[in-house]
Design a protein. Structure first.
Length: 340
């Protein structure tokens, strides 16, 4: 019995030595260094806000306490940033990409300009899954999903570009639910689409509740109305707003919504490292990310910025990405038809 107890103690001591050894070994590398978070969107948008709050806190959870800064690299719905992290950034653990996970669907469907292989990125995690919504100005007359469905002409919706949530969500809903929709593309971000909705240039748009719902006063006043949201079950903030999946009448429609929107929601606001980054550094940054998500100072800062936090680990992101590239050719063909 004594011998068995000694063996258990020795095993625990060995694990602690290995764990501590990894952290200690990395401290000389990260100490005095600068870690860059490259955000694929303009300053002030949702992605940028999350990254700047994370940057203020994650450094103290990385051995060596490096300085963490944010750099913006907007363009093509964050495709420029994703390509940069994949092709240009050194795989040394000092460059973290923050780009739209919907671009992986673009890769799957052969979107031009995609210069990365999603399966080769190293994933750190995501601070929150997203809740895509579609909303319209009250003066457009589209104040419910029923009115959208029964519109006599296609309803104008402002979008950024294929691969972005603003484009892919309404397009898939158009195909899956038969909604009369006209996508008006060319906007650089949802802040521009919001102005277009307010001015009457377009009737509505499909942003996320996390980045828009709690900050746009027009929603609170009723001048802008959320008519549908696209997650597996109703969001607590939107109990009376229809859930798109419940309206799907065929298995094909359900598959399109799940693969094209639900699964994308999980990996939307992801943080990645270049291919070839050392596994021990990947693990350190994954651990630091999840510890940051529980940090009371970070949570208080996030609440001040009206950010929702419901973290997804790097391992979970990795599993979702792997499943995406296991979709059947039939489902991929349907998605390609919807998003071509």
């Amino acid at each position: 019995m004594v011998r068995k107890s000694l063996c258990v103690v020795a095993a625990i001591a060995w694990l602690l030595w290995v764990e501590g050894g990894i952290l200690f070994a990395q401290e000389p590398f990260f100490k005095g260094k600068v870690v860059r978070i490259i955000v694929g969107f303009s300053p002030g948008a949702g992605f940028d806000t999350y990254s700047r709050v994370i940057a203020r806190h994650i450094g103290k959870h990385i051995p060596g306490n490096p300085t963490v800064i944010v750099e913006n690299m907007p363009g093509a719905g964050s495709l420029i940033a994703a390509n940069h992290v994949y092709k240009v950034a050194k795989p040394d653990g000092l460059t973290i990409g923050n780009w739209n996970g919907g671009l992986m669907m673009g890769q799957l469907l052969g979107q031009p300009g995609t210069e990365f292989d999603s399966a080769r990125f190293e994933w750190i995690g995501s601070p929150v899954g997203i809740t895509p919504i579609c909303l319209f100005s009250k003066r457009s007359g589209i104040t419910s999903l029923e009115k959208w469905m029964s519109a006599k002409r296609p309803v104008d919706i402002g979008t950024i570009s294929p691969g972005s949530n603003t484009h892919d969500v309404p397009k898939i809903l158009q195909i899956a639910l038969g909604l009369p929709t006209n996508l008006v593309s060319g906007y650089k971000g949802f802040s521009e689409i919001r102005l277009a909705i307010e001015s009457g240039e377009v009737s509505g748009g499909c942003p996320t509740w996390e980045s828009t719902g709690r900050t746009w006063k027009a929603i609170e006043t009723g001048d802008v109305v959320v008519v549908v949201h696209v997650i597996p079950k109703a969001h607590p903030d939107l109990p009376k707003v229809p859930v798109a999946m419940e309206l799907a009448k065929t298995e094909e429609a359900r598959q399109l919504i799940k693969a094209g929107i639900h699964d994308q929601n999980i990996i939307n606001r992801l943080y990645s490292l270049p291919p070839g980054t050392r596994k021990d550094r990947v693990q350190i940054l994954r651990r630091a990310f999840m510890e940051t998500m529980k940090d009371p100072a970070f949570i208080a800062d996030a609440n001040k910025s009206k950010m929702e936090i419901d973290p997804i680990s790097g391992e979970e992101v990795e599993a979702v990405v792997a499943d995406l590239f296991k979709l059947s050719p039939a489902v991929v063909a349907k998605l390609k038809e919807a998003l071509k």
